[in-house]
Design a protein around this ligand. Structure first.
Ligand code: NDP
Length: 256
């Protein structure tokens, strides 16, 4: 049994993720960057995946400057990545580590805030590719290497607009609804079969570039920082959540 307060206020032990190998997409900025630092501080070797090598390099440098386990960098644009890219990624991880203990699907793109009747089909396809299809394909290709871990956590990123429809959120909202559905479907397929679990996390309103793009008039200093919401991420990527599968959980207490 879990309680939302326990997750949001979770206090990991010092070596919570020691010797775990965790891949994080969108690790160069925003929530993904904070997650990479938090996981490395908890002892994990982090695979930094993202589309802007300079941002990934900067996170690599930050992690090394703190004397944490050396991360790896995997440059990938989820919009154009192919099946072969994911197969190569899986083979490289298998060769270097022999297993994958965590996969945080964090990268995402907002698309347009506009009525669906006006939504560009081209943009719709791009958002669906980055926010849904690429994540499905990557997980499918990494499943064998995840199954080699004694305790593997796959964590997708959802949103409040992926749980209740809200006007003008377009393909972004629909992609997050689909993530919720994929998590439930996949989790029920693997329930009780092995050591992999699949869940979703909703960061809640968080001070990042995406949030500023979605709510340009909002004061960012009223929002939680990406660092503030890390307890729930560390909980769901670590051993204490081993029993949780098929859930969609919040990283912040929801405001009424
Ligand atoms: P940011 O825009 O700050 O970061 C998004 C990350 O995704 C960046 O690292 C970006 O890379 C990467 N990314 C975008 N497109 C691609 C692509 N085609 N290929 C590879 N990487 C890509 O957003 P957040 O940190 O806010 O968002 C992280 C997740 O949290 C997203 O899934 C978002 O939907 C979700 N979320 C965020 C909320 C918030 O309030 N911030 C609320 C609810 C959900 P680059 O920097 O190189 O462009």
């Amino acid at each position: 049994m879990y309680f939302v307060n326990d997750i949001v206020n979770y206090l990991p032990t010092k070596n919570h993720l020691k010797e775990r190998v965790i891949l994080i997409t969108g690790a160069g900025d925003g929530i993904g960057k904070s997650a990479a630092l938090a996981c490395a501080k908890a002892g994990a070797t982090v695979i930094l995946a993202g589309r802007t090598p300079a941002k990934l390099d900067a996170v690599y440098t930050l992690i090394m400057a703190e004397g944490l386990p050396e991360p790896r960098i995997f440059a990938i644009d989820l919009e154009g990545a192919t099946h072969d890219d994911y197969v190569n990624l899986a083979a490289t991880i298998d060769q270097q580590f022999g297993r994958l203990d965590g996969l945080l699907h964090n990268a995402g793109t907002l698309g347009q805030r506009t009525p669906l009747s006006n939504y560009s089909v081209e943009l719709w396809n791009k958002v669906m590719q980055v926010n849904l299809t690429a994540q499905f394909q990557m997980t499918q290709c990494l499943m064998a290497v995840l199954e080699k871990s004694a305790d593997a956590s796959v964590l997708f990123t959802t949103s409040g607009v992926g749980r209740a429809g809200r006007a003008f959120w377009g393909a972004y909202a629909v992609s997050k609804f689909a993530i919720e559905g994929m998590v439930q479907t996949w989790a029920s397929e693997i329930e009780g079969l092995g050591s992999v679990r699949i869940n979703a996390i909703n960061p809640g309103a968080t001070r990042t570039n995406m949030r500023a793009q979605a709510f340009p008039a909002e004061n960012p200093y009223d929002l939680a920082t990406a660092e503030d919401i890390m307890p729930a991420y560390l909980y769901l990527l670590g051993p204490d959540s081993k029993h949780i599968n098929g859930q969609s959980l919040d990283a912040q207490i929801r405001k009424p």
